[in-house]
Design a protein around this ligand. Structure first.
Ligand code: TYD
Length: 137
């Protein structure tokens, strides 16, 4: 899969003077079934997260509060996304190296995932990632 398979997805937004509402349904707004939800919060200024790829996992990343950047790398091209809207998210397909940085104070990063946690699904070595994508440095 390549960077073109990853994209920003606009979510439904029910605007209301009492507060806005957005929602995400498996298979409707994102192209996988949700098996797990996790979130990053209390991220100290200057911290980076991620720096790995997943062999099979599909993910959808939403800035529920504040903002941060997600950099995607398919072994050939890289793209930086700035996430700062709770009605928008980034779909990340399998075999995509990613890191997250530039977290604002109070940022909350919610990740919807297609599988339960599995340490064996991670590729944490960038050279191994390039080898697996046949894009050796
Ligand atoms: P990791 O995925 O490396 O964090 P990030 O990509 O956000 O920097 O996970 C950090 C630690 O948390 C690691 O020890 C595995 C553990 N973890 C779980 O136990 N369950 C989970 O669902 C996730 C995402 C991580």
């Amino acid at each position: 899969m390549t960077l073109n398979d990853c994209k920003l997805i606009e979510l439904p937004k029910i605007s209301d003077p009492r507060g806005n509402l957005s929602f995400i349904e498996s298979g409707q707004h994102i192209p996988f079934d949700i098996k797990r939800v996790y979130y990053l919060y209390d991220v100290p200024g200057g911290s980076d997260r991620g720096s790995h790829a997943h062999k099979n996992l599909h993910q959808f990343i939403v800035a529920m509060s504040g903002s941060f950047d997600v950099v995607l790398d398919d072994g050939k091209d890289k793209k930086r996304y700035h996430l700062n809207r709770s009605y928008q998210g980034l779909y990340v397909c399998p075999m995509m190296w990613r890191y997250l940085d530039h977290f604002s104070s109070g940022a909350v990063c919610m990740v919807l995932a297609s599988s339960h946690y599995d340490a064996a699904d991670y590729i944490r070595d960038y050279s191994e990632f390039l080898a697996l994508t046949n894009r050796k440095a």
